[in-house]
Design a protein around this ligand. Structure first.
Ligand SMILES: Cc1cc2nc3c(=O)[nH]c(=O)nc-3n(C[C@H](O)[C@H](O)[C@H](O)COP(=O)(O)O)c2cc1C
Length: 283
């Protein structure tokens, strides 16, 4: 069904921009979407509206209007809808900037945070303030994602028994010592095709994880990214994990991030100079 709809969507786009409307097929496609998929399509088409001009914008905004109407019919309430309506109201007018300068002051602050960040695997038992956790999550969701899909999902694990369990199935001792373990998952429902599933969701999750790591190291906390997938956890243990956290089949765990106050210092692993990694010559 998904594949058929993809073809319909593609054909519809081609023919619409050619002047022929395939309203019936579009309507059927929109009706076939679950509420979650509908909201996700609204996010995607809203994103496409921001990204396009001319005929393509006309196509995207018309599609977005139909999606919004369907959500209205289903009485779905969501911030996503308000945002999409605002995008339609704003049309496609983008602010133009005059010539601007690099803000080296801000860059220095960010560079300090990036250089200071390192993986820490020893934690004190000191609890993490809720205010930090909220800020950390709001940094995580500011990350970029492919077509703004935002397929990342998080489980905050603070319970001692749960942390012990994660430590055991991941076979990594320090997980249980971290007062907070963020389990990062991806929601497969948000991605359209098998091809898209190959690596895009993992990159989306990685971008969010980077913001979590920077939120921690910029505020005196420490963190470590820990792989948590098929390669690291046996399928039997992964099933136990899915059961314990009652994960729906759309959710795929990809990583853990341990967060806490460092119990001891450790040197940051060495990096080469940027030239080493840069394949073209630059000055
Ligand atoms: C995708 C990814 C997976 C990682 N998985 C683990 C892990 O399973 N266990 C661990 O101790 N560190 C893990 N790390 C942390 C790396 O070992 C660490 O980033 C690297 O050695 C560089 O050190 P630094 O982070 O202190 O700069 C992972 C890092 C990344 C980016």
């Amino acid at each position: 069904m998904k594949q058929v709809m993809k073809v319909v969507n593609f054909a519809h786009k081609k023919l619409w921009t050619g002047g022929v409307r395939m309203d019936f097929l579009k309507r059927e496609y929109i009706r076939s979407l679950s509420d979650t998929r509908l909201l996700s399509e609204i996010g995607l088409k809203g994103h496409n509206c921001l990204d396009t001009v001319g005929a393509e914008y006309e196509y995207n905004s018309s599609f977005l209007k139909s999606l919004i109407n369907e959500a209205k019919k289903r009485k779905i309430k969501s911030e996503n809808l308000k945002w999409a309506r605002r995008i339609l109201a704003d049309k496609n007018e983008k602010k133009k900037f005059r010539k601007r300068d690099v803000d080296y002051g801000m860059l220095k602050k960010f560079a300090d945070i990036a250089r200071k960040r390192k993986s820490v695997r020893w934690y004190t038992a000191q609890k993490i303030p809720v205010r930090f956790i909220n800020e950390m999550l709001s940094c995580a969701v500011e990350a970029p994602s492919s077509c703004n899909r935002q397929g990342w999902r998080f489980i905050l694990v603070q319970d001692e028994n749960d942390r012990r369990f994660l430590s055991e199935i991941r076979n990594t001792g320090f997980i249980k010592d971290a007062p907070l373990v963020v389990c990062v998952l991806i929601d497969r429902q948000v991605y359209n095709s098998k091809n898209e599933m190959k690596y895009t969701p993992y990159m989306d999750a990685g971008a969010a994880i980077m913001n979590i790591l920077h939120a921690a190291s910029s505020s005196g906390l420490s963190a470590c990214w820990v792989n948590f997938g098929e390669a690291e956890v046996s399928s039997k243990n992964m099933s136990r994990f899915r059961k314990l956290f009652r994960l729906g089949k759309n959710l795929l765990p990809v990583s853990l991030v341990t967060v806490g106050f460092a119990a001891q210092d450790a040197p940051k692993p060495r990096r080469e100079k940027p030239e080493y990694y840069t394949l073209n010559r630059f000055r």
